[in-house]
Every structure is written in structure tokens, then in C-alpha cells.
Design a protein. Sequence first.
Length: 468
Amino acid sequence: MTFEKPKMNRRNFVMGASALGFGGLIGLPQLRANTAQPLAVQTRNTAFSIGGRPATKGLVSFTENGPPPVLRFKRNQRARIDVTNGLEEYTSIHWHGLRIANEMDGVPYLTQFPIAQDETFSYEFTPPDAGTFWYHPHCNTMEQMAHGLTGMLIVEEDTDPGFDAELPINLKDFRLQDDGTLLPYFTARGAARGGTEGNARTVNWETTPEYQIPTGGLVRLRIVNTDLTRVYKIFLPETEGKIIAWNGNPVRNAIDWPTQSAPLWLAPGERVDIAMRAPQSEDQSVVVQTLIAKRPEPLFYMRTAGTPIKRDLAELKPLPALEVDEPDLKTAEVKDILFGWSPEGTGSNNGLCGDFGYTFWSINRSPWPGDAIENTGPVVELSHGKSYILRLTNKSPNLHPIHLHGLIFRPLRSNQRSLPSNWTDTILLLKDETVEVAMRADNPGNWAFHCHVIEHQKSGLSGYISVV
Ligand code: C2O
Ligand code: CU
Ligand code: CU
């Protein structure tokens, strides 16, 4: 097992192929987290520029410099992360997408007591699935995520699929004023509607960065939307490539290559893994874009460097199949779950984890009464080992990326579109859409279940599913 000290200087942060060799990882500092790894949540003392604004004040991070590191794990190996809270408020850290024991899930009051200032909580788990995941606070979530606490988490396959380079891409907006201080991170108006979007779009906390990729090499893009609100609509030029994983899991039904007329919607909390072959000649650029309103905007660039290595997509080993119990659709019980508005209320009791001050949203017509309220019942109770179909209905005109902790499901059908039936922990519901998803309740515990537009989550669109 390896233990690498974080490498946080600027040179490493934008480490290109030349610095690493082409087997390398490009884009973000990485932390190998197989053995006990300290992770400090702290206020940043050094200035950090975002979107050309020189000294972004008030940011919070897991390191003194740079964005949150990519945590890398080996599948099926025990890992421990000692989270020390250096903030003057409570926190907890959640490992989004990992199917681990409930006590390690990081949800205040539901699975643990929030971590106080200067306290350390040791998260110990064995990640069962290889894939692209992420981590973020679940206490004072709105504020701490808006201030920068959203990191990527990678669980490696047992055998390397054979890429020449890998690019972890953390998409996140910030809400900044001209002087680099943070704007209020939510608005009541936004929370009651589609959410409040940021004004400084970043990729690994930089504006339209460019990364070197090996000419003719096989590149794995791991793209994560860690934003609080924005649904990215991603597309690439016609390149030789394919989508190999969605929301952490290898695809079983193919997903079309995203183009400008049919981009891939990546909602808050969602991830996509793309395998592509870099152009065959040197100094060629490939741009990944998103649509903002209907306008294409560049997110980041990749530029080929080095003598062509002439790889072929067919040389990649397929990602190992997911080890998950198929739901038994014949015996599956159907549970109806509605997401919609609630009568406007004055908020909830989140105990030590921040009172948002409003309720606008509900699940099954009741707004979440707050993290810290005792005897709050689950949205539904499922029997351990049994199969279920959750019929998820959006009774509002707004988009809701619905996320379930600790378990995965796959869509069966929608009343509006055809959906590939790939395993996921998050599903985006469109206006008035009903999506049926199937799952087996194979992980016992109380699992948080909420919209990943954080303003919705924190104003009522939250709850938990109990597996007993
Ligand atoms: Cu990223 Cu409760 O989740
Ligand atoms: Cu989660
Ligand atoms: Cu929502």
C-alpha cells in the first residue's frame, strides 16, 4: 500500500504529460488514500484566483493551496480518512456514490453526530466498486460546498484498462463579486425555483484550462459535476471515443456520443467517464464545451503533444462488470414517491448544521423537517434483500437530480423519453416527468435521499430511505 504526501504546488497542479510521462494523470493534485490519510477541512489563508479574480476570499479547502485533491482508492481495499474540522462551524463528509456501511456515510444525525471544530472523525470503509465518485460536506452543505469543499474520488479498477492518460475534471461554479469575495450562495427566489447559478464557471477551479494529452493516445476523461445548481450540457467534437461509465458505473446500455445538437446532460452530483483517442498529429486541440442557454461555451481544451503513439480504442480492456444483485422485476414491489412544492414555511431544524430559513419543497407532500428533528420517519421503508420499483414523479416545472445514498438503481422507463438502463445513484427528473427505477435493497441502513440542487435539498426536498 502506498502513502503519498499531497503535492500541492502549482507546477504539479497543472502537471502535463511532459512532467509525468504519458502514463500519468493530468489536472488535479492526487492523494492515494489506501492507508490512513489525514484530510483537514480548513479556511484557506492564501489567496486563490478564480475566473481571473485575483484573491478569492473566504474559500475553504481540504488543503492550504489548490482545489480539493482527488482521493484515489483501490477497489476492495480498506481505507481510512481522518477528517479534522478546522472550521468554526460543524461539518461532516459524505462519499457520494460509494456503497459502504451506513455509519460511514457522513450524514449528520442520520448516521453520525456532526464533527465539531478541532475534532477528528475517522471514516473507514472498503469501496466495493471501481469508478468515478466525489466527496463533499453534508452539514452546512450549502455554505461549505459554495465555498469550495467539493472533491473528486476515484476507485481504480483491479486491472488497468490501458489508458495513456487520465484527466479528472471537477466542474463547479462560484458566485463571486469583482473583488474576489463570495456573493451570497443562495437566494430565496432561486431556491423556490430552479436554483441560483454561479457567475464564475470553473474546471478544476480554473477558467478554460488546457491540458496536454499524448498524440494518438488513449485518454480517459472523468468528468464530475460538483456544482450546487447547474446542469451542464456537455458535448465534444466528432472524435473517436465512447462513453464507458455513467455515474460511477460501467454502462450496460450504450449512451450516444454527446454532440452540440444532442449534448449529455450532467446534473449536480452526476459523473461521466469518456474514453477517447487523441488526434493523430501533434499540436491538435480538442475542446469540451457546454451549452449555456443555447450558446456553446468552452469548458476546457486538450492539446496533443509528443510523437504519435498510434493507439486504438479497441486495445482498451472493457471495464469490469459491476458486482450488484439484479432486482427481481417479477416480485418487485412498487413505491410511489412524489417531488413537488410545499406551502412556504419558515425552515427547519438542522441542529448544528445550518438552518436554511425556508421550506419550498417536499417529498410525498411533506417538507423535510430538518436533520436534527428526532423521530422523523423515512420516505419509504424497504426490506433488506427485496426488490423494488421506485416510481419517481416530478410534480414541478423545475429540474431535480434525485440522489440516493448507499444504494444504486437503474431506470426502467420514463413517461417522456427513452432512458438507457444503466446503474446510477442519481437520476435527473425533467418537468412533470415520471421515471421508474428498479433496485435491490441490499445495503441496510438509513440512506439520505434528496435533490442535489442544494437549495432544493436544504428547503425541503430531502428525506431518507430506510432498509431494514
Ligand atoms: Cu452528494 Cu447526499 O449527497
Ligand atoms: Cu451521496
Ligand atoms: Cu431539486
